[in-house]
Design a protein around this ligand. Sequence first.
Ligand SMILES: C[S@@+](CC[C@H](N)C(=O)[O-])C[C@H]1O[C@@H](n2cnc3c(N)ncnc32)[C@H](O)[C@@H]1O
Length: 847
Amino acid sequence: MGKAQKKTGKGRLDKYYKLAKEQGYRARSAFKLIQLNKKYSFLESARCCIDLCAAPGGWLQVASKAMPVNSLIVGVDLVSIKPIPRVVTFAADITTVHCRNLIRNELKDWKADVVLHDGAPNVGTAWIQDAYSQSELVLMSLKLAVEFLIKGGTFVTKVFRSRDYNNLIWVFNQLFSKVEATKPPSSRYAFTFNNSISIDPKFLDPKHVFKDVDATLTLPNGAAANNVQANVFQPEKKRRHRDGYDDNDYTLFKQVGVAEFIHASDPIAVLGAVNKMTFTTEEEKSWALLPLTSLDVKANLDDLKVLGKGDFKVLLKWRTALREELGLEVRSKHVEELTEVAEVVDIVDEDEQIQQELERLNAEATSRTKRERRRANEVKRKTIQRMQLQMTAPLDIGLEQTDAGLRHGQEDVFDLEYAERASRRAGYPGTVDTDDEGEVPDEDLQDNSLDEGVMDTEERDGDRVQLLENDLDGLYETYRERLAERDTKFRVREARRNDKRREDWSGIGKGEAQDETEEDEGGGWDEMERLKAKGDDSDWQSSSQLPKRRRPDQQGTPRKKARMLNSLGDPQNASQAGKNTAVWFSQDIFKGLDRPSEDDTESDSSTHSQDDEDEMSDVSDLDPDDGVEVVPLESDDAEMWDVNNENEDELKSSHVQKYGLLTAEAVSLAQDLVNRRKTRTELVNDGFTRYSLNSKEGLPKWFLDDESKYFIPNIPITKEAVQALRAKQRALDARPIKKIAEAKARKKLKAAQRIEKALKKAEGVTNTSDLTEREKAQQVEKLIRKGLAKGRKKKEVKVVVAKGVHKGLKGRPKGVKGRYVMVDPRMKKEVRAKKERERENKKRKRN
Ligand SMILES: C[S@@+](CC[C@H](N)C(=O)[O-])C[C@H]1O[C@@H](n2cnc3c(N)ncnc32)[C@H](O)[C@@H]1O
């Protein structure tokens, strides 16, 4: 907001308007009187006060508060005023005798200590006319003041800066021993004065005052002061007399010495009346040589008729400076305030204060936002860290993220992408892979730059990962093609793998692999078989499950995979897995790739990568007896695999293994069970074959025993897996949905805004000087309570009993606002009686 805009009354109006509302004043103008009284303290000692033009009653409220308890306060206005405690009011025109009589009746033989007048004419459109009417009103109020004021009493009136301004001042000076013009910050002008002296009726006659007083301001060479003010303050709107001359002025060109202007009691009048000022006398010439007499000033003095408002200001400033230089300047308030400069400076100061205050508040708000953002980032960082360290259960994650979301209302609480991004930033290619205890790079995690300037890095990381993925995808495809070409078994298994039904239900049996009697062409698969057989035939179990296609980026990060191996507790499995790993990595395809370092694969015999593990479990860890893959895992990880994740790789996580969810089929089945898309019975029924209903008669016992033992549906999931997934689902269900979180965040934000607003208002109250500390405290409390109560607003339903005036009424009953409900008194009684009867009956039955 620029200064020019702030200078307009609107900004100020807003401020005082709000203050007035807050403090229960009927008009913002109340602050004018508060400020005047603060400066001159005339109300505290007054016993009788007349307020002329008092509606709606702001000044009366102030007077009533500030004056002693038993004082008499009378308020008059054209319009009626709502009652105010201890105040007598009536409607009358202050320019009439009727009004005077009313006041007389009220005061009896009392005299007023204070007469107030804040009148503004209700008529007129043009500025001049308004100003004139206002001046007239002032004179009328002065008339009443003179009549009713006690000797030494105070008259306070508002005067516009019109052409009549000087005339009015002159009259006031004739009637009162002390006249002071002041501009309270909230207003334009007021005059306080006391000690009334001899009164000439002409002083109170508008025609006389506004005509004859002009004469007193006539300049030495005949230039009339009439209109001169306007000439200076509104040089653009110079009013010309019809016949081309100003009133009483028939000289076309007026020229005076600069001294005239410097010594004039009304320099503005001089400025408005003359065409040119010259440095004629010796003294004047010496002034011309002073540094403060700039070329600008000289040029301005040369032709006053072409000057604008700004130029006049320059001249007035120069005059003041010169007077100070000459020791003439009594920085009289009167002269200062007569100039526009004083007014502008005053307003600008006030506006600047407000501006500064606003800037301070803005700065505070910004730093608060920053602080909160930092705190939220810290929470997120910790959450991610905990996720990476596997310290956080899914439910906790949900709650924490909700909290963060609530604080800001920005983050999507279910946005797992965020966690992934954060972990990538911390040096990991993907969230799913980052549950590695040993690999959390602390320094990276300490990095607080989660919020800013990360987009580029993220994108670059993403691109890099994508490129790597593409490369490895290609490599893997080549490998598979070569394998397919060379290995018939591979092709057969591939075909079987594609036969979903069979795989789902038949499980994966040792026999199947053994059934295959294809020619051994060597290489690839056969090479593996051979090596495995070499290792430990007894442990080896072939599988119908073929190596699954997986994200090659997992292949490329053996360091990470070493972690998975540590979690395998079963020594038997571990050693087998170790062999499997060795066999798997001995293939050509892995030759070019980095092998796990010594350190990482310390316990070689008990470690293998995630991918290897996949392969091995596919190939060998299946128990053909029950068709359920059981991988012993002693990890205490509470975190479960995300049911909704479609990424196949994630099926390989240790959590999944823990629950035996090693294949996509197992997971999809488990999901079906968890989500009740399939029942256990359905699964069992689906497991029947055409032989299942064959007669068992005549069959040997050993056969039947075996049948009961082995002829069971082969469901590749465990009970624990289903339970674990159910628990996970429950945890997910327990998380608040996004909309609720958002609504909560909105509610919280609104509450904070309300409190902030209330606090600002409270600040306004505490800064007000006309209230006692107790009153301030009460008002502040009221404001805060109001702020808090707004949020809790409940829709109240008024209960209206349909009796008396409301009996048989249709539509809204009189005087009832808002929601209401009509109740019938008889119905109420009847319902109560019915309930009573029922209770009695029950009692009786029980007895
Ligand atoms: C600015 S308001 C006064 C506000 C008042 N001081 C307060 O604090 O509430 C000006 C009032 O002057 C009144 N007024 C204008 N001409 C009047 C007249 N001739 N006689 C009485 N009241 C008049 C208007 O009705 C208007 O209410």
